[in-house]
Design a protein around this ligand. Structure first.
Ligand code: HEM
Length: 91
């Protein structure tokens, strides 16, 4: 949603989300391949389906750098690169 707050029990937050800040490789995998099954975000369970957005690796890197530095999130200048996205293989 607009402020990255998500929707309770439906869409997890991205603002201050440990799933994004603590496990960026999992977040990249979600944005690259979509996501289904139970996940925990800030200790709250979400069990829903995210379609694969169908983005290219450079676009995924851009989206990751945006969400990691929006809504109060900060990647402390650590950038996600296209190479890093390329290295994430479908699990
Ligand atoms: C139960 C878990 C989740 C559900 C149900 C969900 C659902 C969705 C849906 C429906 C969209 C498409 C929105 C649209 O096209 O308008 C979307 C996009 C997106 N989701 Fe998720 N999501 C989940 C988890 C996550 C997680 C854990 C992350 C990363 C930490 C994430 C990051 C994103 C991003 C960045 C987009 C936009 C991609 C783009 O720019 O096209 N989502 N999600």
């Amino acid at each position: 949603m607009g402020a990255g707050e998500g929707v309770p029990e439906t869409f997890p937050p991205l603002a201050k989300a440990d799933y994004l800040t603590k496990t960026p490789e999992k977040a990249i995998h979600a944005v690259k391949f979509g996501l289904q099954g139970k996940i925990l975000v800030n200790g709250v369970a979400f069990d829903n389906q995210m379609p694969s957005p169908g983005l290219d690796n450079d676009e995924i890197a851009d989206v990751m750098n945006y969400i990691s530095n929006a809504w109060g999130n900060s990647s402390e200048k650590k950038m996600v690169t296209e190479k890093m996205v390329e290295a994430i293989k479908e699990k």
